[in-house]
Design a protein around this ligand. Sequence first.
Ligand code: ASP
Length: 326
Amino acid sequence: MPSRPRIHFVATGGTIAMRIDQATGGAVPALSGAELTEAVPGLQFVGQIDVEEFANIPSEHMQPEFWLRLARRIQDIVDQDSADGVVVLHGTDIMEETAFFLDVTVPTPVPIVFTGAMRSASDPKADGPSNIMDAAAVAASADARDRGVVIVMHGDIHSARRVTKIDTSAVDAFESIMPPDLGKVRSGLVEFSAAWSPRVHVPLPEQLPRVDIIYMYSGVDDFALRAALERGATGLVIAGVGAGNVNQALFQGINEALAAGIPVVISSRVPYGGAQPLYSYAGGGMALRRAGAIFARDLNPQKARVLLMVGLGAGYDRQGLEGLFV
Ligand code: ASP
């Protein structure tokens, strides 16, 4: 790596790029990536900064087509060898999904680092500038190479696979679920731990098929599952209870979906511990696995959905899909 690492920022929006709208009192998109990076004192000393305005939207507005475009663009940047590290500025609400999508579909040793902010640029204690600084330090670090896509927020480095947003408002809003954080950034010093997280790669599909998440709760029937299939879902992810269990009504619907050739992945609505087949009664995880469902293991429902969409989009069969959920 040259002495001055080239850091390529890709701005997509989020609270980091928002200001309070005087008319409504709520935050709205307002600042470009260039304005954000120029406002960070000392950023130019971390590396040679290049900024690309990809979008300026709240992450809730991101569609799977956006993920495909972003993945193609970042693959181009790394293939052309035009950056030593890439920083993606992104809204925090959907950040873990976009980051995991890129982790699966963009094979590169070049660090790809996501960051954002919990407080808008109007806030007197805005966290955007320090997150940008930390993300740039990680993107510029030779030690960050070959570690997959990471999220850097509040001085912590998380793998895209293991991280999840756990707080709606605190600046320390992200946590890595099994094992702990990948590392830390303190005053520009990047330090990785020995934490390990599995990685899978799938070739980037041309299109992403519809996959829906069905939530298990007391008394739920199969209406949402059937509605998803009627809307054209080609795969389902179940946010089961406990280690990945459902009631009889969902069990029945899942069995019918499996019999119709729809892959079903069982995840859990519980953040820690992962999904695993333990019970044999109707709706228990073991019964679900016997019926042909795939277990998401450590992946939460929204990330299991990302992986199932990518696998289906790339044309994987039932066995190929099962092999993705390692
Ligand atoms: N709603 C915002 C978004 O995800 C939240 C944020 O950026 O923190 O775009």
